[in-house]
Design a protein around this ligand. Structure first.
Ligand code: ZN
Length: 364
Protein backbone atom coordinates (compact mmCIF):
# COMPACT_ATOMS: atom_id res chain seq x y z
CA UNK A 1 0.00 0.00 0.00
CA UNK A 2 2.77 2.39 1.04
CA UNK A 3 4.69 1.48 -2.13
CA UNK A 4 1.58 2.18 -4.22
CA UNK A 5 1.19 5.61 -2.64
CA UNK A 6 4.85 6.36 -3.32
CA UNK A 7 4.43 5.46 -7.02
CA UNK A 8 1.31 7.61 -7.14
CA UNK A 9 3.19 10.55 -5.63
CA UNK A 10 6.09 10.11 -8.08
CA UNK A 11 3.62 9.89 -10.98
CA UNK A 12 1.85 13.04 -9.84
CA UNK A 13 5.16 14.85 -9.43
CA UNK A 14 6.23 13.90 -12.97
CA UNK A 15 2.85 14.97 -14.37
CA UNK A 16 3.04 18.33 -12.61
CA UNK A 17 6.60 18.85 -13.86
CA UNK A 18 5.50 18.09 -17.42
CA UNK A 19 2.52 20.43 -17.10
CA UNK A 20 4.93 23.20 -16.18
CA UNK A 21 7.25 22.47 -19.11
CA UNK A 22 6.93 24.41 -22.36
CA UNK A 23 5.73 22.23 -25.24
CA UNK A 24 8.64 20.57 -27.02
CA UNK A 25 8.32 18.89 -30.41
CA UNK A 26 8.68 15.17 -29.76
CA UNK A 27 11.07 12.75 -31.39
CA UNK A 28 9.40 10.44 -33.90
CA UNK A 29 9.28 7.52 -31.54
CA UNK A 30 7.32 9.39 -28.88
CA UNK A 31 3.54 9.30 -28.86
CA UNK A 32 1.63 12.56 -28.85
CA UNK A 33 -2.12 12.51 -29.27
CA UNK A 34 -5.28 14.29 -28.30
CA UNK A 35 -6.80 16.33 -26.94
CA UNK A 36 -9.72 14.10 -26.00
CA UNK A 37 -12.48 16.04 -24.32
CA UNK A 38 -15.21 14.38 -22.27
CA UNK A 39 -18.41 15.59 -20.69
CA UNK A 40 -18.22 15.24 -16.91
CA UNK A 41 -21.51 16.41 -15.43
CA UNK A 42 -21.62 20.15 -16.08
CA UNK A 43 -17.85 20.24 -16.60
CA UNK A 44 -15.48 19.22 -19.37
CA UNK A 45 -12.46 17.05 -18.80
CA UNK A 46 -9.49 17.04 -21.17
CA UNK A 47 -6.99 14.20 -21.66
CA UNK A 48 -3.99 14.16 -23.96
CA UNK A 49 -0.76 12.25 -24.44
CA UNK A 50 2.44 14.22 -24.42
CA UNK A 51 5.71 12.44 -25.14
CA UNK A 52 4.30 9.07 -24.03
CA UNK A 53 2.77 10.48 -20.84
CA UNK A 54 -0.95 10.67 -20.22
CA UNK A 55 -2.04 14.10 -19.04
CA UNK A 56 -5.44 15.28 -17.91
CA UNK A 57 -7.37 17.95 -16.10
CA UNK A 58 -10.78 19.55 -15.79
CA UNK A 59 -11.28 22.52 -18.08
CA UNK A 60 -11.90 25.74 -16.19
CA UNK A 61 -12.28 29.38 -17.20
CA UNK A 62 -8.71 29.91 -15.96
CA UNK A 63 -6.97 27.14 -17.89
CA UNK A 64 -9.11 27.25 -21.07
CA UNK A 65 -6.88 29.90 -22.66
CA UNK A 66 -3.89 27.60 -22.37
CA UNK A 67 -5.81 24.53 -23.58
CA UNK A 68 -7.37 26.40 -26.51
CA UNK A 69 -3.89 26.96 -28.00
CA UNK A 70 -3.99 23.32 -29.06
CA UNK A 71 -6.79 24.04 -31.54
CA UNK A 72 -6.55 25.48 -35.05
CA UNK A 73 -9.00 26.92 -35.93
CA UNK A 74 -9.75 28.17 -32.43
CA UNK A 75 -12.73 26.64 -30.64
CA UNK A 76 -14.60 28.27 -27.80
CA UNK A 77 -15.56 26.66 -24.51
CA UNK A 78 -19.16 27.10 -25.64
CA UNK A 79 -18.48 25.19 -28.91
CA UNK A 80 -17.22 22.25 -26.89
CA UNK A 81 -19.98 22.39 -24.29
CA UNK A 82 -22.83 22.80 -26.83
CA UNK A 83 -21.84 19.57 -28.56
CA UNK A 84 -23.49 17.59 -25.77
CA UNK A 85 -26.91 18.70 -27.05
CA UNK A 86 -26.29 17.74 -30.71
CA UNK A 87 -28.80 15.42 -32.35
CA UNK A 88 -28.64 13.87 -35.83
CA UNK A 89 -30.24 16.08 -38.46
CA UNK A 90 -31.57 13.54 -40.93
CA UNK A 91 -32.89 15.88 -43.59
CA UNK A 92 -29.96 17.77 -45.10
CA UNK A 93 -30.72 19.45 -48.41
CA UNK A 94 -29.08 22.73 -49.39
CA UNK A 95 -29.60 24.91 -52.43
CA UNK A 96 -28.29 28.04 -54.14
CA UNK A 97 -24.69 27.30 -53.25
CA UNK A 98 -22.19 28.74 -55.76
CA UNK A 99 -18.99 27.03 -54.59
CA UNK A 100 -18.49 23.51 -53.23
CA UNK A 101 -15.17 21.85 -52.34
CA UNK A 102 -15.09 18.07 -51.96
CA UNK A 103 -12.50 15.92 -50.21
CA UNK A 104 -12.85 12.29 -49.21
CA UNK A 105 -11.06 9.28 -47.72
CA UNK A 106 -8.61 11.41 -45.75
CA UNK A 107 -7.70 8.44 -43.51
CA UNK A 108 -5.73 10.45 -40.97
CA UNK A 109 -3.40 12.05 -43.56
CA UNK A 110 -3.49 15.53 -42.03
CA UNK A 111 -0.66 17.05 -44.10
CA UNK A 112 -2.09 16.06 -47.50
CA UNK A 113 -5.55 17.08 -46.32
CA UNK A 114 -4.40 20.61 -45.39
CA UNK A 115 -2.29 20.92 -48.55
CA UNK A 116 -5.30 20.10 -50.73
CA UNK A 117 -7.61 22.46 -48.85
CA UNK A 118 -5.02 25.22 -49.27
CA UNK A 119 -4.51 24.62 -52.99
CA UNK A 120 -8.30 24.60 -53.51
CA UNK A 121 -8.67 27.97 -51.77
CA UNK A 122 -10.70 26.59 -48.86
CA UNK A 123 -8.25 27.42 -46.05
CA UNK A 124 -5.40 29.93 -45.81
CA UNK A 125 -1.77 29.35 -44.83
CA UNK A 126 -2.71 29.42 -41.13
CA UNK A 127 -5.34 26.70 -41.77
CA UNK A 128 -8.29 29.04 -41.25
CA UNK A 129 -11.43 29.19 -43.43
CA UNK A 130 -11.19 31.41 -46.50
CA UNK A 131 -13.94 29.89 -48.63
CA UNK A 132 -16.54 32.54 -47.71
CA UNK A 133 -20.07 31.31 -48.35
CA UNK A 134 -18.78 28.12 -50.01
CA UNK A 135 -19.52 24.63 -48.71
CA UNK A 136 -16.88 21.98 -47.98
CA UNK A 137 -18.06 18.36 -48.13
CA UNK A 138 -15.99 15.57 -46.55
CA UNK A 139 -17.41 12.37 -48.03
CA UNK A 140 -16.43 10.00 -45.20
CA UNK A 141 -13.48 7.86 -44.07
CA UNK A 142 -11.48 10.22 -41.89
CA UNK A 143 -10.63 7.31 -39.59
CA UNK A 144 -8.15 4.41 -39.94
CA UNK A 145 -4.87 3.74 -41.74
CA UNK A 146 -3.10 7.10 -41.11
CA UNK A 147 -1.78 8.42 -37.79
CA UNK A 148 -3.24 11.93 -37.57
CA UNK A 149 -6.95 11.15 -37.36
CA UNK A 150 -7.57 13.30 -34.31
CA UNK A 151 -5.85 16.28 -35.89
CA UNK A 152 -8.14 16.07 -38.93
CA UNK A 153 -11.26 15.71 -36.75
CA UNK A 154 -10.42 18.71 -34.54
CA UNK A 155 -9.53 20.81 -37.56
CA UNK A 156 -12.90 20.06 -39.15
CA UNK A 157 -14.68 20.65 -35.85
CA UNK A 158 -13.23 24.17 -35.68
CA UNK A 159 -13.51 24.84 -39.41
CA UNK A 160 -17.23 24.05 -39.26
CA UNK A 161 -17.75 26.91 -36.78
CA UNK A 162 -15.59 29.32 -38.78
CA UNK A 163 -17.43 28.47 -42.00
CA UNK A 164 -20.82 29.11 -40.39
CA UNK A 165 -19.70 32.52 -39.21
CA UNK A 166 -18.69 33.38 -42.79
CA UNK A 167 -22.01 32.16 -44.22
CA UNK A 168 -20.52 28.90 -45.53
CA UNK A 169 -20.74 25.32 -44.28
CA UNK A 170 -18.64 22.24 -43.59
CA UNK A 171 -20.44 18.92 -44.05
CA UNK A 172 -18.79 15.83 -42.60
CA UNK A 173 -20.41 12.66 -43.96
CA UNK A 174 -19.86 9.28 -42.36
CA UNK A 175 -18.07 6.52 -44.28
CA UNK A 176 -17.67 2.81 -43.58
CA UNK A 177 -14.55 3.46 -41.47
CA UNK A 178 -16.43 5.80 -39.11
CA UNK A 179 -19.05 3.08 -38.65
CA UNK A 180 -16.36 0.44 -38.06
CA UNK A 181 -14.55 2.38 -35.34
CA UNK A 182 -17.78 3.45 -33.64
CA UNK A 183 -18.95 -0.17 -33.53
CA UNK A 184 -15.61 -1.13 -31.96
CA UNK A 185 -14.02 -2.70 -35.03
CA UNK A 186 -10.38 -1.65 -34.80
CA UNK A 187 -9.13 -3.77 -37.73
CA UNK A 188 -7.63 -0.81 -39.62
CA UNK A 189 -6.35 1.55 -36.93
CA UNK A 190 -2.79 2.82 -37.28
CA UNK A 191 -0.30 1.04 -34.95
CA UNK A 192 0.20 4.40 -33.19
CA UNK A 193 -3.27 4.11 -31.72
CA UNK A 194 -2.56 0.76 -30.08
CA UNK A 195 0.14 2.65 -28.17
CA UNK A 196 -2.26 5.52 -27.46
CA UNK A 197 -4.63 2.95 -25.96
CA UNK A 198 -2.00 1.44 -23.73
CA UNK A 199 -0.69 4.81 -22.49
CA UNK A 200 -4.15 6.31 -21.91
CA UNK A 201 -5.72 3.04 -20.75
CA UNK A 202 -8.75 4.08 -22.78
CA UNK A 203 -9.84 1.84 -25.63
CA UNK A 204 -9.62 3.57 -29.01
CA UNK A 205 -13.38 3.50 -29.59
CA UNK A 206 -13.99 4.91 -26.10
CA UNK A 207 -11.83 7.90 -27.02
CA UNK A 208 -14.75 8.66 -29.37
CA UNK A 209 -17.56 7.52 -27.08
CA UNK A 210 -20.90 9.27 -26.88
CA UNK A 211 -19.54 10.92 -23.77
CA UNK A 212 -16.77 12.66 -25.72
CA UNK A 213 -17.02 15.90 -27.71
CA UNK A 214 -15.76 14.36 -30.96
CA UNK A 215 -17.82 11.18 -30.47
CA UNK A 216 -21.02 13.11 -29.91
CA UNK A 217 -20.22 15.40 -32.83
CA UNK A 218 -19.59 12.44 -35.18
CA UNK A 219 -22.81 10.76 -34.07
CA UNK A 220 -24.78 13.80 -35.28
CA UNK A 221 -23.44 13.46 -38.84
CA UNK A 222 -25.37 12.13 -41.86
CA UNK A 223 -24.63 9.53 -44.52
CA UNK A 224 -26.32 11.37 -47.40
CA UNK A 225 -26.80 15.05 -48.17
CA UNK A 226 -27.70 17.05 -51.25
CA UNK A 227 -26.49 20.47 -52.36
CA UNK A 228 -28.15 22.04 -55.41
CA UNK A 229 -28.64 19.17 -57.90
CA UNK A 230 -25.82 17.04 -56.44
CA UNK A 231 -26.14 14.05 -54.11
CA UNK A 232 -23.16 13.22 -51.86
CA UNK A 233 -22.69 9.79 -50.27
CA UNK A 234 -19.57 7.84 -49.25
CA UNK A 235 -19.65 4.84 -51.62
CA UNK A 236 -22.68 5.14 -53.91
CA UNK A 237 -26.35 4.35 -54.40
CA UNK A 238 -26.99 1.04 -56.13
CA UNK A 239 -30.03 0.26 -58.25
CA UNK A 240 -30.89 -2.38 -55.62
CA UNK A 241 -30.86 0.41 -53.02
CA UNK A 242 -33.31 2.46 -55.07
CA UNK A 243 -35.66 -0.55 -55.31
CA UNK A 244 -35.97 -0.37 -51.52
CA UNK A 245 -37.82 2.93 -51.96
CA UNK A 246 -36.12 4.70 -49.07
CA UNK A 247 -35.95 8.47 -48.96
CA UNK A 248 -32.64 10.12 -48.09
CA UNK A 249 -34.10 11.15 -44.78
CA UNK A 250 -35.08 7.55 -44.00
CA UNK A 251 -31.60 6.31 -44.92
CA UNK A 252 -29.96 8.87 -42.62
CA UNK A 253 -32.40 8.03 -39.83
CA UNK A 254 -31.74 4.30 -40.10
CA UNK A 255 -27.97 4.79 -40.09
CA UNK A 256 -27.90 7.21 -37.17
CA UNK A 257 -30.62 5.49 -35.15
CA UNK A 258 -30.17 1.79 -35.86
CA UNK A 259 -26.68 1.14 -37.22
CA UNK A 260 -24.26 3.70 -35.78
CA UNK A 261 -22.46 2.28 -32.77
CA UNK A 262 -24.45 -0.98 -32.89
CA UNK A 263 -22.72 -4.36 -32.89
CA UNK A 264 -22.89 -6.30 -36.17
CA UNK A 265 -24.93 -9.09 -34.56
CA UNK A 266 -27.66 -6.55 -33.76
CA UNK A 267 -27.57 -5.06 -37.26
CA UNK A 268 -27.40 -8.40 -39.08
CA UNK A 269 -30.65 -9.79 -37.70
CA UNK A 270 -32.66 -7.06 -39.43
CA UNK A 271 -32.80 -7.66 -43.19
CA UNK A 272 -33.03 -3.98 -44.15
CA UNK A 273 -30.24 -2.88 -41.82
CA UNK A 274 -28.09 -5.74 -43.06
CA UNK A 275 -28.64 -4.60 -46.65
CA UNK A 276 -27.77 -0.97 -45.81
CA UNK A 277 -24.59 -2.07 -44.10
CA UNK A 278 -23.40 -4.43 -46.84
CA UNK A 279 -21.87 -4.18 -50.30
CA UNK A 280 -24.95 -2.85 -52.14
CA UNK A 281 -25.52 -0.28 -49.39
CA UNK A 282 -24.37 3.39 -49.48
CA UNK A 283 -21.20 2.85 -47.42
CA UNK A 284 -19.65 -0.07 -49.30
CA UNK A 285 -21.00 -0.09 -52.87
CA UNK A 286 -18.36 -0.14 -55.64
CA UNK A 287 -20.59 -0.93 -58.63
CA UNK A 288 -20.01 2.36 -60.49
CA UNK A 289 -16.34 1.45 -60.85
CA UNK A 290 -16.15 -2.34 -60.70
CA UNK A 291 -19.43 -3.68 -62.11
CA UNK A 292 -18.89 -4.09 -65.86
CA UNK A 293 -22.66 -4.36 -66.41
CA UNK A 294 -23.32 -0.95 -64.86
CA UNK A 295 -24.72 1.25 -67.64
CA UNK A 296 -26.01 4.80 -68.02
CA UNK A 297 -29.70 3.83 -67.76
CA UNK A 298 -29.03 2.59 -64.22
CA UNK A 299 -27.53 5.87 -63.04
CA UNK A 300 -30.36 7.73 -64.79
CA UNK A 301 -32.90 5.72 -62.74
CA UNK A 302 -30.96 6.29 -59.53
CA UNK A 303 -30.69 10.05 -60.07
CA UNK A 304 -34.32 10.31 -61.21
CA UNK A 305 -35.49 8.55 -58.03
CA UNK A 306 -33.83 11.21 -55.89
CA UNK A 307 -34.55 14.07 -58.31
CA UNK A 308 -30.86 14.97 -58.74
CA UNK A 309 -28.45 15.27 -61.69
CA UNK A 310 -25.10 14.23 -60.18
CA UNK A 311 -23.77 11.90 -57.51
CA UNK A 312 -20.38 12.43 -55.84
CA UNK A 313 -18.77 9.48 -54.06
CA UNK A 314 -15.51 8.42 -52.43
CA UNK A 315 -14.52 4.94 -51.16
CA UNK A 316 -13.12 3.47 -54.40
CA UNK A 317 -9.66 4.81 -55.24
CA UNK A 318 -9.34 6.48 -58.65
CA UNK A 319 -6.36 7.77 -60.62
CA UNK A 320 -7.48 11.36 -60.17
CA UNK A 321 -11.02 12.71 -59.94
CA UNK A 322 -13.01 10.58 -62.35
CA UNK A 323 -16.13 11.55 -64.23
CA UNK A 324 -18.55 9.03 -65.74
CA UNK A 325 -21.53 9.61 -68.04
CA UNK A 326 -20.95 13.38 -68.47
CA UNK A 327 -20.50 14.13 -64.76
CA UNK A 328 -23.51 12.10 -63.65
CA UNK A 329 -21.09 10.15 -61.43
CA UNK A 330 -17.99 11.77 -59.96
CA UNK A 331 -15.48 9.55 -58.16
CA UNK A 332 -13.57 11.75 -55.71
CA UNK A 333 -11.37 9.26 -53.82
CA UNK A 334 -7.94 9.92 -55.31
CA UNK A 335 -5.99 7.84 -52.82
CA UNK A 336 -4.82 10.52 -50.39
CA UNK A 337 -3.35 7.89 -48.12
CA UNK A 338 -1.55 6.05 -50.91
CA UNK A 339 0.22 9.21 -52.11
CA UNK A 340 -1.41 8.81 -55.53
CA UNK A 341 -2.83 11.66 -57.59
CA UNK A 342 -4.28 13.47 -54.54
CA UNK A 343 -6.81 15.83 -56.04
CA UNK A 344 -9.91 17.62 -54.88
CA UNK A 345 -13.21 18.16 -56.62
CA UNK A 346 -14.49 21.70 -56.95
CA UNK A 347 -17.88 22.96 -58.11
CA UNK A 348 -18.16 26.60 -59.20
CA UNK A 349 -21.31 28.18 -60.60
CA UNK A 350 -22.61 25.05 -62.29
CA UNK A 351 -19.29 23.55 -63.49
CA UNK A 352 -17.11 20.81 -61.99
CA UNK A 353 -13.30 21.04 -61.83
CA UNK A 354 -10.58 18.85 -60.49
CA UNK A 355 -7.94 20.74 -58.51
CA UNK A 356 -4.42 19.37 -58.64
CA UNK A 357 -1.99 19.66 -55.71
CA UNK A 358 -0.43 22.62 -57.47
CA UNK A 359 -3.79 24.44 -57.41
CA UNK A 360 -4.27 24.05 -61.18
CA UNK A 361 -7.94 23.61 -62.09
CA UNK A 362 -9.10 21.35 -64.91
CA UNK A 363 -12.71 21.48 -66.04
CA UNK A 364 -14.52 18.15 -66.09
ZN1 ZN B 1 -14.75 3.74 -47.57
Amino acid sequence: MRKKLLYLAIGLFINLQLLAMPFQPAADSLINDGPFIYFAGDKLKVMWIENNVKMGQYITAENFNEISKRFTPAVSYRDLRMTSALKPKNRQNYSQVDSIGVITDIHGEFDTYTKLLKSSGIIDETLNWKFGKGHLVVVGDIFDRGNMVNEVLWHLFGLEKQAEKAGGMVHVLLGNHEFMVLRRDLSYINPKYAETESISRIRYYDQYSENSVLGKWLRSKPVIITINDILFVHAGISIEMVRRNLTMEEINRKFSGNILGKRLKDVNCDEELLFLNEDKGPLWYRGYFLDTTFCESKIDSILAFYGKDHIVVGHTVQEGINSFFSNKILGADTGIMYGRSQEMLLYKNGSFYKVLRTGKRIKL
